[in-house]
Design a binder for this molecule. Structure first.
Ligand code: DC
Length: 235
């Protein structure tokens, strides 16, 4: 898979590898995407949703009729599709072989299949390498996922581990998807179990429990952690 980050007009591609990296990890439904996008916009940084890359590959595998539960079927295809991911925090976008899949990768089919795909070692090796390339190609970025602070960018000076209790996480997902709460919670618990080996809190990450916090409060905390690291070239 050739994976590239697209920059909006006016954004410099200089500063390779020298910009601020803010790592935001945590389980699904903790509010990572909204908080990461909000913090990136407030800080004037780019934004990378690494989960969207696993979802894009999964969407493509499903569209080809590949059995996503079979690691031997998935592994040789890990690098096959061209995935392009936009890094504008105000307008995230994902394309697979030129097709805009920004909405399609949020479908229930993809959500149910993606954890198994993300566990395949060849998939992880390939996408992690692409994620590092993207991070190194922009002047500064908020990257969200499960393993940013531990594996993808362990050198990131700002690391956040965003959590919320299970009921709050399921409640947010149920509201987003209009699916019944009990089913959403059961699905979430299954995904948490499958994602657990890939999900770790870095020892130096600041844990934020968003159960009783509003989005603005979480964004403010992340911005407050990142501001001291902002150099002039990031602004
Ligand atoms: O955050 P999300 O629900 O969009 O993530 C989709 C899947 O990808 C989920 O199963 C966890 C996995 N993932 C991962 O293994 N590593 C990442 N850095 C990001 C997501």
């Amino acid at each position: 898979m050739r994976t590239s980050a697209s920059l909006d007009s006016g954004e410099s591609e200089t500063g390779r590898g020298s910009g601020l990296v803010v790592a935001v990890d945590g389980p699904s439904g903790a509010g990572k995407s909204s908080a990461s996008r909000g913090a990136a916009a407030a800080l004037g940084l780019r934004y990378l949703d690494t989960g969207a890359m696993y979802r894009a590959l999964t969407w493509w595998l499903l569209s080809r009729g590949v059995d996503t539960g079979d690691p031997d079927a998935v592994a040789p295809l890990a690098a096959e599709p061209v995935i392009e991911i936009g890094t504008d925090p105000r307008a995230p976008s994902v394309r697979v072989n030129g097709t805009d899949v920004t909405s399609a990768i949020r479908s229930q089919d993809v959500t149910e299949a993606v954890s198994a795909v993300a566990r395949v070692p060849q998939v992880r090796a390939h996408l992690i390498a692409r994620q590092r390339d993207i991070i190194a190609s922009v002047p500064g970025i908020v990257a969200e996922g499960r393993d940013i602070g531990t594996v993808v960018a362990p050198e990131a000076p700002v690391k956040v581990f965003l959590t919320a209790d299970g009921a709050a996480r399921a409640g947010r997902r149920a509201a987003e998807t209009s699916r019944p709460m009990a089913r959403t919670r059961a699905d979430q618990e299954r995904r948490d179990r499958l994602d657990a080996p890939q999900s770790a809190k870095a020892a130096d990450a600041v844990q934020i429990d968003s159960t009783r916090l509003g989005l603005d409060e979480v964004v403010d905390i992340i911005v407050g952690l990142a501001l001291p690291y902002r150099s002039r070239k990031d602004r």
